[in-house]
Design a protein around this ligand. Structure first.
Ligand SMILES: [Mg+2]
Length: 217
C-alpha cells in the first residue's frame, strides 16, 4: 500500500448501508421512546425530536445526533437503545449490496477494518449480518463501550490505544462530517466522507491517491 494508513475505521449507519425505510423505523422508535418518557403522543414526540435536533444543531454549530436529542429531552442513551432496538426490523428491510461486500472484502486483505458507531452492539451485529459484512472487522466499537456518543475525544484515544495505531495510521470513513470525521481529522487521522453508496465505492481510488508515508512519529 502506498500510504501510511494501516487501519480503516468505519461508521455504520448511512455509511456502509443506506435504507430510507430503516431510517424511518429508527425515527419512529425514537418517537415512541420520547412519547413514553414525556406522556405525549408519538406524533407530538416526533415533532419535539425534530425541533430539538434543529435547535441543538444551531446552538452547537454542528449536527446534533439522535443520542444528544434524547439526552436533551430528559432521556438516557441506554433507555433509548433499550426501547428502540426490539422495535426494529433490519432482517426484513436490509439486504447486501454485493459491490460493498466486494469492496470491504478486498480492503480487509490490506488493512485492519474497524467499526465505530453510536449504534448498540446487538443492532450493529444484526445489521452487519443482513448487509453481508459480518466477520470482516477486527473489532467493533459501539455506544455500549462507554455510553459516550460520537464525537468524543476520550473514546477516540481509547480506540487508538486499543488498536495500537497512531491517528496518522487511521482513515475514518463516515456519512456525517461533524459526527464522524471532524474530531478524528483534528487529531491527525485521514478522513473520507460518504454521501451515498456510490461514493463509498470510490474509497479504493481515494486510498491510492493518498500521499506516501504521511506518518509523523
Ligand atoms: Mg452514520
Amino acid at each position: 500500500m502506498a500510504s501510511g494508513i494501516r487501519a480503516i475505521v468505519f461508521d455504520l449507519d448511512g455509511t456502509l448501508y443506506s435504507n430510507d425505510d430503516f431510517s424511518a423505523e429508527i425515527k419512529w422508535g425514537a418517537g415512541i421512546y420520547i412519547a413514553e418518557l414525556k406522556g405525549i403522543t408519538v406524533e407530538n414526540a416526533a415533532t419535539l425530536i425534530r425541533e430539538t435536533r434543529q435547535r441543538l444543531s444551531s446552538e452547537r454549530g454542528q449536527e446534533a445526533t439522535l443520542s444528544a436529542v434524547c439526552v436533551e429531552l430528559g432521556g438516557s442513551i441506554a433507555g433509548f437503545h433499550a426501547t428502540v432496538t426490539p422495535l426494529l426490523h433490519p432482517e426484513t428491510l436490509l439486504k447486501p449490496d454485493y459491490r460493498v461486500t466486494a469492496l470491504l472484502t478486498a480492503l480487509a486483505k490490506r488493512f485492519e477494518l474497524y467499526i465505530y458507531t453510536n449504534n448498540n452492539r446487538t443492532l450493529t451485529e444484526r445489521i452487519l449480518q443482513e448487509i453481508g459484512l459480518a466477520g470482516l472487522f477486527a473489532r467493533i466499537f459501539t455506544i455500549e463501550d462507554f455510553w459516550r456518543p460520537k464525537p468524543d475525544r476520550e473514546v477516540l484515544n481509547h480506540i487508538f490505544a486499543t488498536i495500537l495505531k497512531n491517528p496518522e495510521e487511521c482513515l475514518f470513513v463516515g456519512d456525517r462530517y461533524d459526527v464522524d470525521l471532524k474530531l478524528p481529522t483534528e487529531m491527525g487521522c485521514s478522513s473520507f466522507l460518504v454521501t451515498n453508496i456510490q461514493s463509498l465505492l470510490e474509497l479504493e481510488t481515494f486510498l491510492s491517491s493518498l500521499p506516501t508515508n504521511p506518518r509523523k512519529a
